[in-house]
Design a binder for this molecule. Structure first.
Ligand code: IMP
Length: 180
């Protein structure tokens, strides 16, 4: 285990199992349709790559960058869309893929943005849901792998100040790392 990680919440095996079963569920729900998966960079990139392989061949994907955090462990409150999608999603079923749903500010902004592009439907798929966090917006996960508490977590794509994304597991970051 990495020295900066206090404890492992979900192992590589647990993540694989959860993502595989979620992918199968989505494939079943969207049978006969071709959803567009929109990953919110950068945190979702590993989840997204495992998820689309679990869903199977009949999907398209694109990415957006929406930022609310900077380098701090506490949300800054504003969301900027730094990179938009290229795909034409009008009349399409969209599944937004996020790493973690915290205050939900990011996804609230993304949902409005995608609705403006006339998507037929927009569902939210998140790897983690901080269930105890106060949600600033009325956005709920339609699909999720795991619930987490109000702790700062890293690994499997999630970072703190651009570190720890490559950890194969999801762990709680030691408080002294982001409070110093
Ligand atoms: P929200 O807009 O408050 O829901 O924030 C969502 C974004 O904040 C996520 O996509 C992450 O990039 C970041 N974030 C929130 N909590 C954590 C965490 O515990 N670890 C790493 N990133 C986090």
């Amino acid at each position: 285990m990495h020295n900066d990680v206090e404890r492992i919440l979900f192992s590589e095996e647990q993540i694989k199992e959860a993502v595989t079963s979620l992918g199968k569920r989505i494939a079943e729900d969207y049978k006969g349709r071709r959803p567009v998966f929109i990953g919110i960079l950068k945190g979702s990139f590993i989840f997204m790559s495992d998820l689309v392989r679990a869903v199977g061949a009949d999907s398209e994907l694109d990415f957006m960058i929406a930022k609310s955090y900077g380098n701090a462990a506490v949300s800054s409150g504003t969301v900027n869309i730094i990179k938009d999608i290229d795909a034409d999603i009008s009349g399409r079923d969209v599944i937004v893929v996020e790493d973690i749903l915290d205050t939900a500010r990011t996804l609230a902004a993304v949902k409005v943005h995608l609705a403006d592009k006339k998507a037929a439907s927009v569902k939210i798929c998140t790897l983690l849901d901080k269930v105890t966090a106060v949600k600033a917006a009325d956005v709920k996960a339609d699909y999720k792998c795991f619930d987490v508490g109000n702790e700062f977590v890293v690994g499997y794509g999630l970072d703190y100040a651009e570190k720890y994304r490559g950890l194969p597991y999801i762990g709680v970051l030691r408080r002294e790392i982001y409070e110093r």
